[in-house]
Design a protein around this ligand. Sequence first.
Ligand code: HEM
Length: 60
Amino acid sequence: MGIHFCPGAALAREETRIAIELALDRLPGLRLAAGNDFARHPSMLLRGLKRLDLVWDAPR
Ligand code: HEM
């Protein structure tokens, strides 16, 4: 927040939305793989997961 709030936030969110929609389109049955521990990066800045394992069905 505040004067240094990321001016690219809206663009980044839009890019992410498009990327996820395309991935859902192109990877049928995209879902979480078993065994994800959802461990997070120990960072104050980027609050992402260390890894996220996904699986999908082979295109017919
Ligand atoms: C997932 C993508 C992105 C993340 C996580 C991100 C994150 C951040 C963070 C944490 C800051 C510092 C804010 C602060 O000091 O309070 C920042 C600043 C900034 N970001 Fe982003 N950003 C992203 C994408 C972008 C994009 C796409 C652009 C440009 C097109 C951009 C341009 C900037 C600029 C110019 C600043 C400096 C703002 C200032 O100091 O006044 N960022 N960003």
